[in-house]
Design a protein around this ligand. Structure first.
Ligand code: ZN
Length: 315
């Protein structure tokens, strides 16, 4: 088994997770979760997004969240759909900007109500503005592994967006499996093709678990040397109104898997499980994460952190 020594976890629960939550999560509760994540060792986070408050009411407190973030240990990325969002995010003090464009025309239209060409046309101005402030920009290619409207997404369509990001100087390109359609063979094929075509690119993965394939996809990418992964505390990020719906890969599940295989994440498992419990309490619903229920391997610790009795452990 060939695995990297360490990986970078980008925590996206405060953005991708909360974004799809139906009820407004009060700003101070969002910050409580963010603080718990930083205390657990999270050093990269998508803290919020500067999108239209009409389209995504949950993110209407983006500027307030940015203003109250615990600074000094963690780098905060703000997701922006356009130039206006970038201006607001920079004014609010974002450490990094994240821009996202879909590889499929239909999904881009549904997501940001404009064509891929129009989204691409904004990139130069966004990158220019960020560069003036010394703020790095990351690019995410949405629906890179499959689109809920059109099905398969040709690699050429992914390349088009990747190329534009890299031309502008994106430090990182995240290939996003927005609705969990990726499978290991598709992950391998797209990564191989992207690396061949863009040897200068730094590629990470943003995986969703709608079909239960996200962890397997992560494992394949890991063996190919990918070292940047987006995860969300508790596995939030899917539609919470659908029973058994699953969102992003749960941070604590990924930390467990990686640390148990000797891959350093810099995140403390017990602390991140406790953060997931806090999140579950705040949201008031059972979250998809598994390790937050079963606990660490050590039986005493599992009993202590997750309240699992020995009778259950022995059953
Ligand atoms: Zn996502």
């Amino acid at each position: 088994m060939k695995l990297p020594e360490k990986v970078k976890i980008r925590e996206v629960a405060p953005r991708d997770g909360f974004q799809s939550w139906p009820e407004f999560v009060p700003t101070d509760r969002k910050l409580e979760v963010i603080r718990a994540l930083v205390e657990a060792g999270v050093r990269e986070m998508e803290a919020t997004s500067f999108v239209s408050p009409k389209a995504v009411p949950q993110m209407r407190d983006a500027a307030q969240v940015m203003a109250a973030l615990p600074r000094g240990q963690c780098t905060y990325c703000a997701l922006v759909p356009n130039l206006k969002g970038a201006q607001l995010a920079l004014e609010a003090g974002a450490d990094r900007l994240g821009v996202f464009i879909s590889a499929s025309e239909k999904h881009n239209q549904a997501n940001v109500r404009r064509s891929i060409s129009d989204s691409l046309a904004d990139l130069a101005a966004i990158f220019h503005l960020a560069r003036e402030r010394g703020v790095p920009v990351e690019g995410a290619v949405s629906v890179a592994f499959g689109c809920p409207y059109q099905g398969d997404v040709p690699h050429q369509d992914v390349f088009r967006v990747v190329e534009s990001f890299l031309e502008q100087g994106a430090e990182l390109v995240l290939l996003a499996d927005t609705t969990g359609m990726a499978t290991p063979n598709r992950v391998e094929a797209l990564l191989e093709d992207c690396r061949k075509k863009f040897p200068q690119g730094n590629f990470g993965l943003h995986l969703h678990n709608n079909r239960g394939t996200a962890m397997t996809n992560l494992f394949v990418a890991l063996q190919m040397g990918v070292t940047v992964f987006d995860t969300a505390l508790g596995g939030i990020g899917g539609c919470p109104n659908v029973p058994q719906a699953a969102g992003n890969l749960p941070t604590e599940d990924v930390v467990y898997l990686l640390e148990e295989m000797g891959v350093a994440t810099g995140i403390d498992l017990v602390a991140v499980i406790r953060a997931a419990h806090l999140l579950e309490k705040i949201l008031g619903r059972t979250l998809p994460g598994q390790v937050m229920k079963s606990g660490p391997r050590d039986p005493e610790l599992a009993a202590q952190v997750c309240g699992i009795g020995h009778d259950v452990l022995q059953a």
